[in-house]
Write a protein of this length. Sequence first.
Lengths: 938, 203
Amino acid sequence: MSADDPLESVTGSISDGDPVDWTLAESSVSQDDEQGPLRALREIEKVAQGFHALQASPIPGELEGSAALPAERRGERRQWGDLVVLELARSGASGEVWRAWDPWLQREVALKFLQVQQRQESRFEDSTLLEEARLLARVRHPGVVAVHGIAEHDGRVGMWMEFLEGTTLAAEIERAGSLPAAEVLRLGLALCHALEAIESAGVVHRDIKPSNIVLERTGRIVLTDFGLGRRWELADRGWRASGTPIFMSPGILAGEEPTPRSDIYALGVTLRWALTGHPPFAARTLEQLKAEAEKGPSTSLAAERPEAPPALVAVIDRAMAPNADHRYAGAAQMASALEAIAAGERRPKRHMTTALLAGAGVVLLLFLASFFVRRSEVRAPESVTRFSVSAPPHMTLDGDPTSAVVSPDGLQLAFVATDSNNVSRLWLRTLRSLSAHVIEGSEGAGAPFWSPDSRKLAFFANTKLMKVSVDGGSPEVLCSAPDERGGTWGRGGMIVFAPQATGGLMRISAEGGSPVPVAVPDSSRHEIALRWPQFLPDGKRFSFVTLPAREGAFDVYVSSIDSPARRLLVRSEASPIVAGKDQILLVRDGHLMTQRVDWASLRLLDEPVSRGPSPHSDVSIGQPLASASMTGVLAYPSTILDNTRFVWLDREGRPRGVLPVPEGRYEKMRFSPDGRRLLVMRRTSPTNVDLALVDCATGLETRLTSGSQTRIGGDPTWSPDGRKVAFSSNRSGPTDIFVKNVDDGAPETPLYRSRALFKEVDLWSPDGRFLAFEQADPATSWDIWLLPLTGESKPIPYLRTSLGEIPRAFSPDGRWLAYYTSDAGYFQICVQTFPVPGEKHVISDLSSQWCAWSRDGKELVFLTIDGFMWAVPVTTVPTFHEGTPRKLFRAPENQLWIAPTPDLHRFLSLVPAGSAPPTTITVELNWPAENERRTAAR
Amino acid sequence: MSGKIPGARPDIHASTRDLLVTSDLLQQAKTGDAAALDALMARYLPRLQRWACGRLPAYARSLFDTCDLVQETLLKTLQSLDRIEGRGPESFQAYVRQAIRRRILDQIRWSSRRAGSEPVSDDLLDRGLSPLEEIVGVELFERYEKACAELREEEQLFLHLRIELELSYEEIAEAMNRPSPEAARMGVQRALRKLAEIMGHER
């Protein structure tokens, strides 16, 4: 602040767009003639902020900021989140409403962009839009437009609701001139009931008028356009001029806060206008209106419409009473008055005694009807609000359902997002806010879970269990978790987690210490793994799933941190989700089911209610498919499987064309030894994956497997002569090993079956004698086993350590095996003698999980986790020697899999075709309401 | 030209093309260079559309009306560049601003006619507030506009470019023929000071 001229400093700040310290400025101005300009500068700052909000907002109609013209003008359809935007329905002061298609609800919706709100949010830190949506969602009534969800996409905040087809009351009055008294009575009753619901939700509508009332073709009368956030924002800042003055009560015009009685007044004006066909006041200025509203209409309604029932006129007059105390206290009271009129109209004129008795009956019936109506309204479930959370800019969301977790209080969402270097981090989004922030130091994060007070998060990263406070600070390592399968945080700071893919559960204090076993697999039940623990609401007992699955479902038990005893709770195709004080979410027959549960007795209550197909397909590993708060908030990633395409890359990573294959979703591939055919893994449906052969010259594809499996584990491989393939399939539960001739059409035959859950074939030895497969073991994590193909097919372990090891490539002479291991705390490629593991060489110090060996044996290539392909010259005779790795190229950022030709001269990169939208996280607020609705519908 | 001065408002649509000199583009456009015309359109269209949308009340504003209005006006201006032959880029800016203001008024009048006669004042039925009026209030915005009208054309243009369109000082210096961004900043500050004095003493 300039000491010489405070005004200059203020003009500088306004010009630069910097905040002005008005307290300092006002204290610096001493001369009287500077007071006026300083006040004016304060006003100019407000105007400048208005222009700034305008410039920060999208151009109306422009769903993407850079488009010169709306795509709709060019006849194109636009996607906004999950919605397909169809056409502009109307444009108003508070924003635009578009007709859109909601593929989730399978129906048309009205998509509203609250432009003014959005502009204000750009200036005011705390968004009220989400709060507003929640508030609206609480108003569940057929007379009030139903809100389906709110989200932000493409930099625009939008709220979508039911699409109403019909006309507005304003248009109807304009068309008809005025409405019959009976119609006004029906209108009044319907609107009173809608207002009752609004009042019950603690909301004041604030803008009841004919143009905000829709008359649907079905006869339904619907109140729309609350604009709550906008008006409250405005009201908070003294801008009460916004609105429609002629419907404002004298109190509002005098600057008082809106109340249910001011809504009653607006309803009175609306009904009177409908009955007479013109507004009740002749004022042409605001001052005149204030004066007239204070006195009431100059012409009595009874005089204007003498044929109207006097009782109806009296109700409208009372609703419009200038003194709020003289109006109805609420919509219910006004509704009662209108109901009495309606009853009187329906009541037949009979003998007095009969009429009295009958009248009493009608009153009783009305009372009972009213009672049941109210009961049903009271019991009517509130609606579900569903919205999508997109990835932060330049990030992608992991479609893994354990990667997004809502906090127990339902106010925060933690999720894993991956950057272009393939580094995942934990992000945090408060549901009140429209943006997320990254948790620093969370590189490599996965499977996060919340503390019961929603203040801390635990997660797994780089083979460690870690914790971090959401209020800030760096993550702390709690203990080792080499191959985690979920964790949960109970009361008293106790964490229960599955440190390995196989084996039991451990517990550890959130304050640190050493983990100790808390539950172990029951060998008598042939269990090999306990996973996905989840504390029950008491914070002491926890549920977990046991593997392997039996007949397609997992046994789910409940145990306690105080006792090893366990009790069967339920069977489910995925880990159940503890979702509130008496709710559990299960998966059965591929459908997400909800069921009430008595946690004290661990008894399931009522019948399960289906919520439709489960959001994820692969439930073979038992993981939970969603996350739920204790407050009715549900979150799960929404991934639409994209088709893929095969792109040829040269050794510099330059695209060299596309391998033409039938359109579809391919997941992995491997070239035949002669390089002429490609073994591909193709997902034919969300619940089935098959193997097929592709002729590289023609692109012709031949289906290879005939089974039905959700999972083909490992990396299906060719026999050295190219006449057979070996693969692992979970068609009968565990992933067993099969072999198939590729040319004679004979069905595949099982080679090795066992109770071990995961036996995943990766390689066929060059001499044809062994299959190398990875197998999970409770004690030793992932091990490398060899399945002899001659003599007795009894597997023999190759590497069985406490670390995870996965076979990746044989040297062509069959004397060396390249594999990756978690030895260093991250994944690195090693080469070791074969078939007896002896001399060992570390090839890559960088974290890498994939490698291939050239057909001539002179080169190894490996892909590091940051997406770079490296080549390292090697010799295998007389002994192994590796040269200096050389970076070849950076693989496509969105690459799903890569396969080199046998000579390593070219690479085939599998990338998404780009036809599917990116993964988002779907959040449902008040999800139990849908459960109640479905229960009621049954 | 590309450096940002401290405290500058964020340039929402900064791009390499935005940093080209308007006078050069104008010269090229006059010779029929379609790319230069496109560049000028790209430079001004989004900001002017936002500015115009903020001034149109809802009843006069529809999705296509506003976009068309600004685009059409800007195109016409660019197509008739000969009429502002020999004058600098500031004339171009002023010309465009005035042309769009005129079109906005036309649009409001046209929309009023289209709505038909109303038995009650529009002010009471639907205040027809523009987004800007909703944000800053009708009375304040009218006083701002009225006070602006009392400024010299050059001062109005400084405020228009900086406060209303949020151009950077570099862009304003170039548009207003000032030797440096700092000189443009001085111009804006002086105009602001004068505006404050007019508004501050009118009460």
